[in-house]
Ligand binder design. Structure first.
Ligand code: GAP
Length: 431
């Protein structure tokens, strides 16, 4: 059995290198020297990312009766950010070194000196994190707009439209996935903190007197989600964020922190946003109780999930090494390829023909790789490294008996399965 590697910075280097080598994550704009902390998901990374998005959507939207989804514009009317308080409050304290002029987030410094040259720091200034751009040909204050720093506001602004079109009753939620942008002062640690990132957010609307109950409920749902992602709960710490450190809209926040190789830091957050956002966007209460006719502002519980941090944590949790065998023990639902098909020998046309048939048969239902390079051992090694749960080998017995060898990534056990039973077999294993 492969041994689980300790969470060390060495592990981080191995993950970054694996991601580049095997096509999970590439440095963005690499041929032009890159662009500070921007990354692109490669062919395997996009599959992993999409699998996470899809199981999140299935769990939090499709399998529930009380949540619907939306997909809104990235650029919103700037009045949204005025009303939401982001223009005024969405900032980090920025300090600059008097000597080397490097800039840092004051709240992330261990001492009141420049970490690069130990020089004296200038007094902190609040730096707004929203990324500004301009719509249309003229660049002036009238055309200035912001790329959204969170998705949440789209769900508040669309609240009435969702309500009118779906006739929901409290409690109910709206979910959305997509890009968010923040002009971070100190991005870093690979895909942990970037200026353009992916979010999966859910705004759950409740009656004020029920917020505590729903807060606890969503904490439990976030824990269940972490199990889907294959996370060992020993690596997760729920941290109560004290007064003064919470976002401007939150009355209670619990961060789900993870033990990354570079320290314990935020993975997800759960916030009680009160009626702060709906009150700021709607002059009149947007919700009417169908029975009593009472009009009021619902309160909001918000579980929020960074997608890129989910990808990073899934990789960190899955990475195992035993001597020179590297295995990504991803939960099968997350694996980019579910099955890899090999002809035993590349130079035997009858084996290649049969393997190609099996490959096309399985591709109708699963993501499947085909590999005829090197020997079987090397192909197993290569598929283990990217987390493929099953490998199928077509050999000379296949031509006689119409069966194949199926090898399991985790147990490394092999069994013979009839070709006509393969789809059912994998359906059972991959469900
Ligand atoms: N709507 C609530 C909200 O935006 P947040 O804690 O500021 O809350 C939500 O961000 C999640 O987005 C975080 O828990 C984290 O997973 C992710 N996140 C935040 N900033 C990020 C960044 N610069 N790069 C990657 N992910 C980030």
């Amino acid at each position: 059995m492969a041994k689980k590697e300790e969470n060390t910075s060495d592990l981080m280097e191995k993950i970054v290198s694996l991601c580049k080598r095997r096509g999970f994550v590439f440095p963005g704009s690499e041929i032009y020297g890159g662009l500070a902390n921007s990354f692109d998901y490669g062919p395997l990374g996009v599959e992993l990312e999409n699998n996470i998005k899809n199981i999140w959507w299935k769990r939090f939207v499709h399998q529930r009766d009380d949540v619907v989804g939306i997909d809104a514009a990235l650029i919103m009317n700037p009045k949204v950010w005025e009303a939401s308080g982001h223009l005024e409050n969405f900032s980090d304290p920025l300090v600059e070194c008097k000597k080397c002029h490097h800039r840092f987030r004051e709240d992330q410094l261990k001492e009141k000196k420049c970490p690069d040259c130990k020089g004296e720091l200038m007094p902190a200034k609040q730096f707004n994190l929203m990324l500004k751009t301009f719509l249309g040909p003229v660049e002036n204050s009238d055309s200035a707009v912001y790329l959204r720093p969170e998705i949440a506001q789209t769900m508040f602004v669309d609240f009435k439209n969702v309500l009118d079109t779906t006739r929901r009753k409290l409690p109910f939620g709206v979910a959305s996935q997509g890009k968010a942008f923040r002009n971070e002062i100190t991005p870093g640690n690979f895909i942990f903190r970037t200026r353009e990132f992916n979010l999966m957010e859910l705004e759950y609307f409740v009656r004020e007197d029920e917020w505590k109950k729903w807060f606890e409920y969503w904490k439990g749902e976030m824990e269940n989600w972490l199990l889907d992602l294959g996370v060992n709960m020993k690596h997760i710490h729920q941290v109560e964020i004290p007064n003064g450190e919470r976002a401007h809209y939150s009355k209670r926040t619990v961060d789900f922190e993870y033990e990354y190789p570079f320290g314990q830091k935020e993975l997800y957050g759960l916030a009680y946003r009160t009626d702060f956002d709906l009150k700021n966007h709607f002059k009149e209460p947007p919700y009417e109780d169908a029975e009593s006719g009472e009009k009021f502002y619902p309160h909001v519980i918000e579980p929020t999930f960074g997608l890129d941090r989910s990808v990073l944590v899934a990789l960190l949790e899955a990475y195992c090494q035993e001597k020179d065998r590297v295995v990504l023990k991803l939960p099968v639902k997350l694996a980019p390829y579910k099955v890899a098909v090999f002809p035993l020998l590349k130079n035997k046309p009858e084996l290649v023909k049969k393997a190609t048939e099996v490959y096309h048969q399985l591709k109708k239902n699963f993501t499947v790789a085909f590999d005829d390079r090197g020997n079987i051992g090397k192909r197993y090694y290569s598929q283990d490294e990217i987390g493929t749960p099953f490998c199928v080998t077509i050999d000379f017995d296949t031509l006689e008996n119409d069966d194949v060898t199926v090898r399991d990534r985790d147990t490394m056990k092999q069994e013979r399965i009839k070709i006509k039973e393969l789809t059912n077999f994998f359906n059972g294993k991959l469900a």
